[in-house]
Design a protein around this ligand. Sequence first.
Ligand SMILES: Cc1ncc(COP(=O)(O)O)c(C=O)c1O
Length: 389
Amino acid sequence: MLDLQRQYEQIRADVLAAVGRVCASQHYILGPEVEALEGEVADFCGAGDAVGCASGTDALWLALAAAGVQPGDQVLTTPFSFFASASAIVRAGARPVFADIDPRTFNLDPAQVECFLRGGQHGKLRALLPVHLYGQCVDMDWLQRLADEFHLSVIEDAAQAIGARLGGERSKARGAGSMGVSAAFSFYPTKNLSAYGEAGLVTTSDPAMAAHMRLLRNHGSSRRYVHEELGWNSRLDAMQAAILRVKLKYVKGWNDARRERAARYDQLFAAAGLASAAGEPAAERTENAAPIQLPSTSAHAHHVFHQYVVRAYRRDELREFLTARKIGTEIYYPIPLHLQPCFVYLGYREGDFPEAERAAKEVLALPMFPELTEEEQRWVVKSIADFYC
Ligand SMILES: Cc1ncc(COP(=O)(O)O)c(C=O)c1O
């Protein structure tokens, strides 16, 4: 699925120099490296400021808390994401509510959000938490119009989307992390920009929110042993920040390489006669239909392919076949959030979000990273062809 060793070989000297710099400074928590990283990531994303923290999960919690989400509130998100998109809402004291996804992009469907809002059950709703899944931005213009009308904050879960953009021919492109009141990023080792451990960050252009998050990540304290409110220890360490600063310089090039590899997969699948055209509405799978549906990119989206995810006929058998050939694949995500055992108390049932549930049964992420070779991609597609033939 992912070979980080190849990336390390390219940047080894710079990474070791950065680690050496931190050791020489003997400054390990927050401090100048973290402040420099915050400024550089804010610039990269087109946001006014950024606040480093211990993980993407903490970044979501900080963003929600600083947006004023509190017990009794509801926050609407997608049922098809990593667990933290919903668990952070609970940790902020609120209740997650869900709307179904767009089957083409796998992202929260603004039409479904609109249905929920116009259905009149939004009295306690405080915020929208769209997730830019797999590296593709949600249709933020539509969501923002709804948020303005219903007085909601929009917090982006940009954990998988550093460097992704939205923009039409006439409108200026906007980066993931610059569109909501704040946005949460994860630097988990598998991400497009990844640390050598756990790390996360929130971008925002609201100085008061940034100041509040700096307080919250440090036990709610701006002066030693004085705690203005209840916070947490979610400080980013200098070693991770220094390594991330090295890697940030490469992210644009790495994202471009991911996009090239995605285009190559598309071509290889089409040439093998395995795939229905990208963006075609998913049909009921039959023996005669194309067995693979390619990922679809919305008009005006600059997709950074954190993952290359297809829908596959007989997905689980295909996965076993590929595993036997030592080809790594993953299922992101096999259980939609509304059906997670810990969320039974929310009262959702199977059938409530049919597109999220169908995606959970059909999606398969194929090997995707900037150093993936053409030969390896050909082997993946040839193996999939062998399975269906
Ligand atoms: C969409 C999404 N949100 C949040 C997170 C949480 O990030 P972390 O693992 O850094 O806590 C992740 C990480 O996997 C993610 O993919």
